[in-house]
Design a protein around this ligand. Structure first.
Ligand code: ATR
Length: 276
């Protein structure tokens, strides 16, 4: 009997994850045969769960909330992006049985922004405001500075966290990057990215509408009209998008790491009803 390669997403909670649907569609579209499940690990049982999965022959994992930091500590080695982010969303089982942790969230965001925002294509063109300085923000800050951001401003409720991230970014990039409190932000941004978890409480970071006038606003969380998307549209943004495209794009990069082929995003995006 042919053995089908097994993959899964590990999280808690994980029952609403779209990842199985996305990866099954990628497998169909690229003619690959694989199985992709959801695994809910106990909050204090990430390592045991993941060990069991690989011991039973699993080939690769996606990792989601709240385990991306645990995954970064668990793997045998980390890609540069995962090491900087201190967060792993994709684990690859190597031929020698060791594991490598990657972070495809930043690349996923870049690819989605290129799709949504033609002006973002090319290097160093946009003045970018990143809201938040937690794990999600760390995952995308470096790819932004290495790609489309000409200048990056990081604003966070707790300024010290933004300042620490800026200090880390200064070590790897020559482009201007500054930490600014929410109430001291100016305007003139091309792109504003919400990487805070305020939306979990249906809240929006406390910034003035003037800050986002004319900017393209992007919420890294998905869910259609998120609180941040709604607020942005009502407060003068040129347009707003949720993070569904980023979710599909980070999955495409994970699929490439596992299977060697990067699937097209469009068929899956239209299946899931993503805007463009
Ligand atoms: P994640 O992995 O989702 O980034 P995290 O590391 O806990 O989770 O970071 C959460 C981020 O959302 C932080 O930037 C946090 O700001 P603080 O560093 O000041 O805590 C931000 N955040 C959460 N709730 C928020 C709210 N209601 N308004 C503004 N920022 C908020």
């Amino acid at each position: 009997m042919a053995v089908v390669d097994r993959y899964a997403v590990v999280g808690n909670p994980v029952s609403h994850s779209l990842s199985p649907r996305i990866h099954e569609a990628f497998a169909r579209d690229t003619g690959q045969s694989l199985r992709y499940d959801r695994i809910e690990a106990p909050l204090d049982g990430f390592a045991e769960t993941v060990q069991q999965f690989f011991a039973a022959g699993g080939r690769g994992l996606n990792v989601t909330v709240p385990f991306k930091g645990d995954a970064a500590r668990w793997v045998d080695r980390r890609s540069d992006h995962a090491a900087f982010a201190k967060a792993v969303n994709t684990i690859v089982l190597e031929p020698d049985g060791s594991t490598t942790g990657h972070n495809t969230d930043g690349l996923g965001l870049m690819l989605d922004l290129e799709r949504l925002l033609p002006a973002a294509r090319g290097d160093g063109r946009l003045r970018v405001l990143l809201l938040g300085a937690g794990g999600a923000a760390r995952g995308v800050a470096r790819p932004l500075l290495e790609g489309l951001a000409r200048e990056l401003v990081i604003a966070n409720r707790t300024l010290a966290r933004a300042e620490e991230l800026v200090a880390n970014l200064d070590e790897i990039s020559d482009r201007p990057v500054t930490a600014v409190p929410f109430n001291k932000l100016d305007g003139g941004f091309d792109l504003v990215i919400n990487a805070t978890s305020a939306g979990l409480d249906d809240a929006v970071p406390t910034i003035e509408p003037a800050v986002i006038q004319g900017a393209f606003c992007y919420d890294m969380v998905y869910g259609g009209e998120t609180a941040f998307c709604r607020w942005s549209r009502e407060s003068g943004a040129s347009a707003a998008a949720d993070g569904l495209g980023m979710l599909v794009a980070q999955a495409a990069f994970a699929f490439k790491l596992w299977r060697g082929v990067r699937p097209d995003l469009e068929p899956v995006l239209s299946q899931l009803g993503a805007g463009s």
